[in-house]
Design a protein around this ligand. Sequence first.
Ligand code: HMG
Ligand code: MG
Length: 307
Amino acid sequence: MTLPSKAKIVEVGPRDGLQNETTDVGTAIKVELIDRLVRAGVKCIEATAFVSAKWVPQMADNAQVMAAVQRLPGVAYPVLVPNMKGFEAALDAGAKEVAVFAAASEAFSQRNINCSVAESLERFRPVVAAARRNRVKVRGYVSCALGCPYQGEVVPGAVAELAHALFEMGCYEISLGDTIGVGTPGKTRDMIEAVARRVPLKKLAGHFHDTYGMAIANIYASLEMGIAVFDASVAGLGGCPYAAGASGNVATEDVVYLLQGLGIDIGIDLAMLIETGAWITEKLGRQNASKVARALSAKAAAQSAGS
Ligand code: HMG
Ligand code: MG
């Protein structure tokens, strides 16, 4: 099996990560986090979410974050939007890329965005149309692609159906989310195989949470199938507020280590990324969930103690 020669990371720490952290780090730290990630070489960073502050208070400063981030050419700063209200606010804030998010599980859709899957698609249709008029790119998420915290099993056919609907609507890429991190490589392969019958593989991305420690294995399985875009969160921050017990996304440091080890080019400076992860976990007062960051930091500490 030939692996892709290039891959892309979509850093979701400032959104998927911080949306579920209990410590509110404040707008200035969020902005500095994004700037540091850019300096480490990350080219796509999901910056915030234009969702209801009643539902996710951690993202209430969305417009302030967008106003303060120094946006560099060649770097994308997508934001999450659930409906037209969110899209209009994102547009006002100068967003050039948005992401809509649906779930392959009815129960999760109700808990997360308070509507059925079909209703969510109807909400996204005008968003995608307005985005096209305003030259804003739209990415689509399919949550619960490998299991649902409320419903349990999710069949690959349901994921494929929804991914196809989002792609047909005009999403340029579909990110397949293992929201609660229950997937295994075999399940990942079956799901991707089903989706790839409806959406070209080159238009798919993997979004793996690491609750069961399977994310890196699932990414490897996805790479073997030809997927080359992966969402990840520096230091493995976060989780999902509507998926109790779900841990954060796979740590970006771990994905970079994997890809670099496979000789896959991603243009990210691992040392700078590790420094950023250490900095944000200190601000949050939490442990760094990246095994690579922990191992390399321990090695560096041992070396400096011995010298
Ligand atoms: P609702 O209560 O059904 O909305 O929530 P509504 O249309 O009835 O409006 C109720 C109130 O919300 C109104 O305000 C609206 O103006 C306001 P009020 O009159 O009560 O003062 N409102 C908004 N405010 C700000 N921004 C908006 C917006 N829309 C309405 N966009 C809604 C529906 C979708 C708004 C709500 O359920 C919501 O915000 N949900 C977001 C949940 C969320 O952000 N979850 C986490 C992200 S998804 C995720 O993490 C998974 C992912 O990472 C992939 C994976 O891991 O699988 C992407
Ligand atoms: Mg997620």
